[in-house]
Design a protein around this ligand. Sequence first.
Ligand code: FAD
Length: 562
Amino acid sequence: MKYIIVGAVAGGASTAARLRRLDEHAEIVIFEKGEYISYANCGLPYYIGDVIEDRNALFVQTAASFKQRFNIDVRTLSEVTSIDAESKTLKIKDQRSGLEYEELYDKLVLSPGAEPIRPPLPGINHEGIFTLRNVSDTDYIKSFVNKKNIKKAVVVGAGFIGLEMAENLVSLGMDVSVIEMANQILAPLDYPMAAIVQQHIRSKGVKLYLNSAVSSFSKTNNGLNVLMADGREIIADVVILSIGVKPDIKLASMAGLKIGNEKGIWVNNYLQTSNPDIYAVGDAIQFNNPITNHSMSTYLAGPANKQGRICANNLVLGNVQEYKGSINTAIVKVFDMTVAVTGSASKNLFKAGINHVVSTTHNGSHASYFPGSKQMSIQLNFSPEDGRLLGAQIAGYEGVDKRIDILSSIVKRNSSIYELTEFEHAYAPPYSSAKDPVNMAGFVAENILQDRLTIFYWDQLNSIGTEDILLDVRSSEEFKSGNISSAINIPIDELRDRWNELDQNKKIFIYCLGGLRGYLAQQVLKQNGFKIVSNLSGGYQIWNNCSKEMEQITAEASLPTS
Ligand code: FAD
């Protein structure tokens, strides 16, 4: 059996290694158009930022080590230019010699990845404007940054890679601006969680231009002029385009393979394309999201690697293992914060017409009395019918990674927030609290589903009527240091003595800093005859972050740029 694989990084290399483990006698050839194989894409921003100092550390395998360990014929600088699916023949261009030759296969695997989006904006090809996808891009950026006296950088696009680049350019001492077309950073987050991270990024000196689209680039004596659609301009020495990626479907289209509605290579549950002898994995494919049931491409290393293993199993053993789809679990370091997501954001659940409840909690990463505990904010999106956990987002500092993995396993298994209430974690004060933040998030969600807690959201505050009561139950000091206008203040510890100051016939909207005191206040009022009482989910903190961000965007839109 002769297997050919196109693409030798995450999905391709993983498929090849598993194929060899399953079939010692097969002929396995990988074609890679780049110079390197099986390298750490995910480490590239950190190499540019000098966090990873040794370039060699980026290379997990070389063609020679792959040959030696797995007896796999890896041909780098070899671009597959076409596929004839009828005759099972590939055309390959050897980029060293310029010669083209053909190769036959029995089974073919496509793992060509995704291509960075580079819109045809005027001036986009000027020197100093880069995309980051592979080692060559990294080398260009690094040598450009080292050679020139670079002081000002613009990152276009505030996704995971854009933010990693922004942080790494700051660590090189640059003045960094991030331009993002959406009204928030990190599209997989919902707005309130993004607002927490935006505040953090701004506190690090990064300028964020949200709701802003770049319309052109031009060269000036002072550097590159980045012009935005609203007329604002930023001068930069270097520009990193991190606008997004799209599945690389060139070969698949040429071969007549079915392309899906989301413009990824269509595959069945066995990762087999519309041609039974061609399989595909990684960023290039589209697959049903198990939560929304809508097709999508997942641009993540974990799914690509795991698909590679499944694909090899199916190739050698005959479609034995179904791929179940990715729930898009992802994590990113944003300066000293960690931000992570799993499952679907509320905005995407709305788009998919999936009824859900959103709840936000804030808890310490470990016991508050043990030094170093930091706040972790968790948003859960869950079904009001059976509590199924549909998505979760976390913004915090230490311990975000383990919490998101717990939540991801619950989303993946179609389990519910009820499981979170019983989740048994390892506890000692340096690591957690006797009730972990994921337990706490589960308790609050359970209270909501069992009608013990009625919540409202920060963006509903505007619709509170003048006849309603907005009640701040924080301490008077907290209230004086900042509050929501029109609120009255009765601190929680005084509420049992003072609830009769409130009109029981009115609707009461309560808030505290994070939600807990508001919940207690709600119980006090409801059990004293108040009928309509609700509590602000995520508390004043969420409202404050979101409001500050909204004000900032409005104020910035009218400011001149540099
Ligand atoms: P790739 O790994 O991109 O490999 C595709 C390969 O195919 C490329 O080397 C390409 O040269 C080759 N190729 C394409 N066409 C041809 C052809 N015609 N002939 C021969 N060769 C061809 N994911 C995470 O989960 N976490 C992270 O922290 C993270 N960070 C990232 C940081 C950066 C800077 C980048 C660029 C990506 C990051 N990713 C991260 C995404 C992750 O790297 C990808 O999802 C993953 O590599 C996809 O695997 P793949 O095999 O589909 O494609």
